[in-house]
Design a protein around this ligand. Structure first.
Ligand SMILES: O=C(O)CCC(=O)C(=O)O
Ligand SMILES: [Fe+2]
Length: 345
């Protein structure tokens, strides 16, 4: 079997405790959107955001055949020879495409990814440097195989985008805001869809598919296959809870931008992916990201006289900073919203 390359090895504190995974019965709430929007659904969404930061949705309106198709083309892409996949390899100029060296918190993840933008030709800052005003346009890279890859991906992005706006309205309402209060932040959205492919791993006790992290997004909407591996840190006791795959459901979580908009009423919760030695696993997150020019800050209506807990930050610079740290092990910690937190004296 050989040895595991040390770049993949998690520090002892962050390794999965594989023995205890199945004993926890608690589960993420499942919310049926077929009657949404109504007060009951809004209150379920609000409750889930407070208690878990995560929930699942069924009857969400995204055609199930399309979810199956996107999984199928994704799988067939990762089955291609490495040479083929490398033709659409992502690099520091072209941030979209195939990548097999992703790091989370400076440890390499046991996975391969393929990223594409929801809006092709998305504008972002050219660098993370605060004074650099230059902008850059990101473009999608599409592989010629499998056939229909591009069409299926683009259709999927359009459909999940509709769900993203539906959820944005529900979450806004659950905070007492007007349903379209947050829509303006997504003009010129920098949203992207990622395919995560986790090959079987002979050392699931040492490596992770994705190390513990919080999503920087406003929202993430994730499709996963039937294998399982995602774990969410339960808020009240910090236990890692496995998310049991629910047929035809998406998993939704509020990300860092929501935490800041809501001034900590909703928190962006830590999660990670455990791998296993037998089965490959496949997941497809849609990251709903604001436009690059948006200044993220606690909303006035939410504050209602309270002190803001965060200084404003520019979404584009935050995004550029995060992207730069995905490629290699870096000596410093990734940029986090905690770096913008205002300490209360
Ligand atoms: O594969 C999963 O279940 C989750 C992946 C994830 O957390 C991410 O890509 O940010
Ligand atoms: Fe994530």
């Amino acid at each position: 079997m050989g040895e595991l390359d040390p770049v993949f090895i998690q520090e002892a504190d962050h390794r999965p405790n594989l023995g205890s995974i199945n004993v926890v019965a608690d589960e993420l709430p499942i919310i049926d959107l077929s009657s949404a929007p109504n007060d009951d659904v809004v209150s379920q969404v609000g409750q889930a955001c407070k208690e878990w930061g995560f929930f699942q949705v069924v009857n969400h309106g995204v055609p199930l055949e399309l979810v199956a198709k996107v999984e199928d083309v994704g799988r067939r892409f990762f089955e291609l020879e490495a040479e083929e996949k490398k033709k659409v390899k992502r690099d520091e100029v072209n941030a979209m495409g195939f990548h097999d060296g992703e790091h989370t918190k400076n440890v390499r993840d046991w996975k391969e990814v393929f990223d594409f933008l929801v809006e092709d030709q998305t504008v972002i800052p050219a660098s993370h440097e605060p004074d650099d005003q230059e902008l850059r346009t990101l473009s999608n890279q599409w592989p010629p195989h499998p056939p229909q890859f591009r069409e299926v991906c683009q259709e999927y992005a359009r459909e999940v985008e509709k769900l993203a706006y539906k959820l944005l309205a529900l979450i806004a309402q659950s905070l007492g805001l007007a349903e379209n209060r947050l829509n303006g932040f997504f003009k010129g959205q920098t949203s992207m869809v990622r395919f995560n492919y986790y090959p079987p791993c002979p050392f699931p006790d040492l490596a992770l598919g994705v190390g513990r992290h919080k999503d920087a997004s406003a929202l993430t909407i994730l499709a996963q296959d039937a294998v399982g591996g995602l774990q969410v840190k339960r808020k009240f006791d910090n236990q890692w809870i496995p998310v049991k795959p629910t047929p035809n459901a998406f998993i939704v979580n509020v990300g860092d931008a929501f935490q800041v908009w809501s001034n900590d009423k909703y928190e962006s919760v830590e999660h990670r992916v455990v791998v296993n030695s037998e089965k490959e696993r496949f997941s497809v997150p849609f990251f709903f990201f604001p436009g690059h020019q948006v200044m993220v800050k606690p909303l006035e209506e939410i504050l209602d006289g309270d002190s803001p807990r965060y200084r404003d930050y520019n979404w584009g610079k935050f995004f550029a900073n995060r992207n730069r740290s995905n490629f290699k092990k870096r000596a410093v910690e990734n940029i986090q919203i905690s770096h913008f937190r205002i300490e209360v004296k």
